[in-house]
Design a binder for this molecule. Sequence first.
Ligand SMILES: *Cc1c(COP(=O)(O)O)cnc(C)c1O
Length: 435
Amino acid sequence: MSRLESTVDRSRSKALQERAERYFPGGVNSPVRAFRAVGGAPPFVARAEGAWLTDADGNRYIDYFGSWGPMILGHAFAPVVEAIERAARNSASFGASTVAEAELAERVQACYPALEKMRFVSSGTEATMSAIRLARAATNRKMIVKFEGCYHGHADGLLVKAGSGVATFGIPGSAGVPEEIAQLTLALPYNDLEAVEAAFAVHRGAIAAVILEPVVGNAGCIAPAEGYLEGLRALTAREGALLIVDEVMTGFRVALGGACERYKIEPDLVTLGKIVGGGLPVGVFGGKLRFMDLLAPLGPVYQAGTLSGNPLAMAAGLATVSHLQEHAGTVYPHLEATAKAMFEGVAAEAAKAGVAMTLNRVGSMGTWFFTPGPVRNYAEAATSDTERFGRFHRAMLDRGVWLPPSQFEAAFVSAAHGEAEVRATIEAAREALRA
Ligand SMILES: *Cc1c(COP(=O)(O)O)cnc(C)c1O
């Protein structure tokens, strides 16, 4: 038996994957789902409840990727399911305004006071793309600073040295992005203020915005160094550039008010996604009035969407955000305690097994890097033994634990994870790290 082969019966998933490959490149509608980075065949999901996924063959897994972030309350969370059902009975879409949009906006703003005004879109990609257009219009400048290993969706200018699948597959950018567009993006090392200072010195008056993941999730989890976020705020303010805090992953995750609350950042624009849609497609961009009022129909910056503010998506988002807001005092401490026990428990097993591992964790997101570390930027994350990670991933999957299928993706704990899941995960890791 090859090391890629599993002892678990996933024959139905395998057949479904072969069928999917006839219709979709790689059999998938988003690249990292194909498991190319870890090897083995991706299970097809039949259903999920709470912290548990069930595949097409009836195998069950503890879920640590949570639909890549959104499912912070666990799967099929009853209030979310009921909200979607209720909304669906009134029709799935109108293309006209409904009360749910302002209701969700009101709650989002209560958590993110920096969003003086906002707009709903249908994905994180749309949110960051629109925020950048706005920043360029507001400053009449063209260049953007981003950081290596940060992922902000798949818009042309943001794929330069990006994280997530771009990092997973080791490609520096993407074919199909014109050089002229890529040249407008400066990709700098994360957690390095001097690099940003130098870029502003070289490109004085040309940089429209600095966009970042305030806690990186898309190169694996990397926390901002002490003083880094404050430094970026001060530099961008001094240079007349906007600070765009991309909280698509960290929003409602690292705190109710995201990284903005956790690290007391004062951004010009913020982007949200994932959790804010409760599992349905929602993105948000928003910020200071003087920037947001540049948007059509008030101003000259065009941005639109047929399904923006979709009633089902608003309903799922509203149910999720309401629950988080009303139970923040219990949900976030539970997430912190569960994540701490789980991530540290697995890291302790690695130490016992003599496996070099660096654990980075912020709240309920974290990554075990297979490197002695430390990991403070993408270059350091890239020193990880990805083959070793792949082996760990496959061994965990066979023991009923589904981790994100790449060394360069953060794992998430949900509010539905508890002591039983933590114990089972650590036990699985004890064996998997010796496999
Ligand atoms: C997931 C993600 C995006 C892209 O969101 P999509 O909904 O996948 O388009 C953008 N920024 C960050 C930080 C993300 O994690």
